[in-house]
Design a protein around this ligand. Structure first.
Ligand code: NAD
Length: 261
């Protein structure tokens, strides 16, 4: 294992499971103090214990992405305790598929919540962290292919993730002169526990049939991409959104069908 984050302070939001946990673990395995930021303190505590049992450096902090005050306080708390923030991974996100349907059927009362969970929390964490970042610091936003393409539902999620992708460009543009980078990763289908529990086998087959690589993505695959973007290996990359989807969006939509895959 490399040590690209030796002695760095890295805050990962929503890091008690899935992509956030895989990202925090990978960054900690490479030497960082991983700050596990989450809203369920029991889960935060058990995640910190789990990582420490693996010999890694981890701390927890209360961070509810739907409570913007708590987002600001979490970032300020880490900056006060450590004097700086080297890496910020804005991973929290998601939607309520019962309320987030097609455009004409949207539950508009959910608009603000969807934006807060995905976009405003990312913006506020970024705004607050920037004041405590110096040359070499990096921000990585976890977006989604849902922020790049259209879909049959999850409209608000798609809008919110598209905003995260452009926030990535604005942040990169405005703070690059300080040596601070900001990139995003847009995962395709990743087999997190939630995805495994909720996803219909039929839908998984459709994803497989449209994906050139013969396997599904795992949280660790995105953790590795996040770590790369956060590390000095990516020192000349900023403002970019890396699509990590097994090639699902890279091809002419007819290609794999014609090949009979
Ligand atoms: N899994 C996928 O296929 C996939 C695809 C594209 C994008 N993503 C994105 O990846 C990110 C992580 O998703 P995941 O699949 O690992 O999901 P997950 O459900 O496994 O993890 C989500 C994490 O966020 C935390 N969380 C939820 N609400 C929160 C809140 N209000 N405040 C603080 N923390 C909160 C949860 O406790 C959990 O730790 C999300 O932004 C999601 O949109 C996931």
């Amino acid at each position: 294992m490399m040590d690209r984050f030796k002695d760095k302070i890295a805050l990962v939001s929503g890091a008690t499971s899935g992509i956030g946990l895989a990202s925090a673990r990978r960054i900690a395995q490479e030497g960082a103090v991983a700050v596990i930021a989450g809203h369920l303190m029991e889960h935060v505590g058990s995640t910190v214990e789990q990582l420490r049992a693996e010999g890694l450096k981890a701390e927890g902090i209360y961070y509810d992405a739907t409570d913007i005050d708590s987002v600001r306080k979490a970032i300020e708390g880490v900056a006060t305790a450590h004097g700086r923030i080297d890496v910020l991974v804005n991973n929290v996100g998601g939607t309520d598929m019962h309320r987030d349907g097609p455009v004409a059927e949207l539950d508009m009362a959910y608009f603000g919540d969807a934006m807060r969970l995905n976009t405003e929390s990312t913006l506020e964490a970024t705004r607050t962290a920037l004041a405590h970042m110096g040359e070499g610091a990096a921000i990585v936003n976890v977006a989604s292919i849902g922020g790049i393409t259209g879909d049959l539902r999850g409209t608000l999620y798609g809008l919110a993730k598209a905003a995260v992708i452009n926030l990535t460009r604005y942040t990169a543009t405005q703070y690059g002169h300080l040596g601070i980078r900001c990139n995003a990763v847009a995962p395709g289908l990743i087999l997190t526990k939630a995805a495994l529990d909720n996803l219909d086998a039929k839908v998984r087959d459709v994803f497989a049939s449209q994906t050139p690589l013969p396997y599904f993505g795992l949280p660790e695959d995105i953790g590795a991409t996040v770590a790369f973007l956060a590390s000095d290996d990516a020192r000349f990359i900023t403002g970019q959104t890396i699509i990590a989807d097994g090639g699902m969006l890279c091809h002419n939509p007819t290609a794999l069908t014609i090949m009979g895959m």
